[in-house]
Design a protein around this ligand. Structure first.
Ligand code: SF4
Length: 351
């Protein structure tokens, strides 16, 4: 818990709530009752907690923030992908994306307001970072996704706005609450943390002993290309990143997925494909190819379909398990940060 600041109720552990109750002269078992209201009944307000005495509900309302975010706008694409723009209690905007499939209900959540990493092809990176999200706000995104789906989510990915390892402690706190069988109860293997290549974050995750999935945004097979696309490569070069990933795989026995956004003539030639195979064929891993979602702020074009198919063939031939994520939501500004940046642009124009 932090001193002085009002906590989000969805951002504290069960044990912390028990301690708070004992300090308030209440019974410890109330904590589990409260968590049931929060995560099993998905209560929207303290007043729904009928088996909690009114005086205690009032104390809780004084001590904790209940609602972390409020829905501002939902856009739905013709493929069923839905993008939710939400306002936080300090007025900042974040977005999450719902990606339904026949066998799963995935939500892609944000971990920061904006992002400092400035990848060339990303709308979020163009706006800089305003602040980190608190764990309670991240868990709030997951709950908001369930309300929007009208059902339990099956998968959660940290691939929205922000770099999760730049907000490591709050992201891991959210992961533990989401994964807690008494809490949100989402299996660790159904949670994916995606990093742009923050090496110390990968090393810390290795020590956590969590079964979460790790995905690394590679987007280039050489320092030369990566430097131009991803400023993070200046801090942690490709060689250092790949060595860290190799160690992570060896020590955790977990397979990393490498994301590779395909940009026409920038990183999608046969030579780039050969370099990529050279990088990835030395340890077990997966590749996810993502044809670029074009944005106004970046002049790059998406790769041609035949180029993407040629990459798949060459990578598979080299024994590298490869998938493609064809864009499911171009018509709802589904590239990371686009809805937020458009909304900010609109409010600036309207003011
Ligand atoms: S792609 Fe991810 S890491 Fe890069 S600027 Fe966008 S949000 Fe940040």
């Amino acid at each position: 818990m932090q001193n002085g600041e009002k906590q989000f109720i969805h951002g504290i552990f069960l044990s912390e709530l028990e301690d708070w109750l004992v300090r308030a002269g209440e019974k410890k078992f109330r904590a589990k009752q409260i968590w049931q209201w929060l995560y099993h009944h998905e209560a929207q307000d303290w007043d729904e907690m009928k088996n909690i005495p009114k005086s205690l509900r009032e104390q809780l309302a004084d001590a904790f923030v209940f609602r972390a975010l409020e829905k501002v706008e939902v856009q739905e694409s013709n493929t069923g992908t839905r993008k939710i723009l939400s306002r936080l209690i300090d007025g900042e905007l974040i977005e999450e994306v719902l990606i339904p499939a026949p066998d799963r209900r995935t939500v892609c959540v944000s971990s920061q307001v904006g992002c400092m990493f400035g990848c060339a092809f990303c709308a979020s990176g163009q706006l800089g970072v305003k602040r980190n999200l608190k764990a309670g706000e991240i868990v709030g995104e997951a709950l908001a996704a369930q309300r929007e789906y009208g059902d339990r989510i099956t998968n959660l990915v940290f691939m929205g706005i922000g770099e999760p390892f730049d907000n490591y402690d709050e992201v891991m706190r959210a992961v533990r609450i989401l994964n807690d069988p008494d809490g949100f109860c989402l299996g660790a293997r159904r949670i994916t943390i995606s990093t742009c290549g923050v090496v110390p974050g990968i090393q810390r995750l290795e020590e956590e002993g969590l079964q979460v999935e790790l995905s690394v945004s590679l987007h280039a097979p050489s320092n030369h290309v990566r430097d131009a696309l991803m400023p993070v490569n200046v801090s942690w070069s490709l060689d250092e990143l790949m060595e860290t990933c190799r160690q992570y795989t060896k020590n955790t026995k977990r397979i990393i997925t490498f994301e590779y956004t395909m940009i026409r003539d920038v990183n999608d030639t046969d030579e780039h494909c050969r370099e990529l195979i050279g990088l990835l064929s030395t340890f077990p891993c997966r590749v996810n190819l993502i044809p670029l979602s074009e944005i106004e702020e970046y002049e790059g074009k998406t790769s041609r379909r035949e180029t993407v198919e040629s990459f798949i063939r060459q990578l598979e031939r080299a024994g590298i398990n490869t998938t493609v994520r064809w864009s499911k939501g171009v018509d709802v500004n589904a590239a990371c940060g686009q809805l937020r940046s458009k909304s900010l642009g609109k409010s600036l124009r309207d003011s």
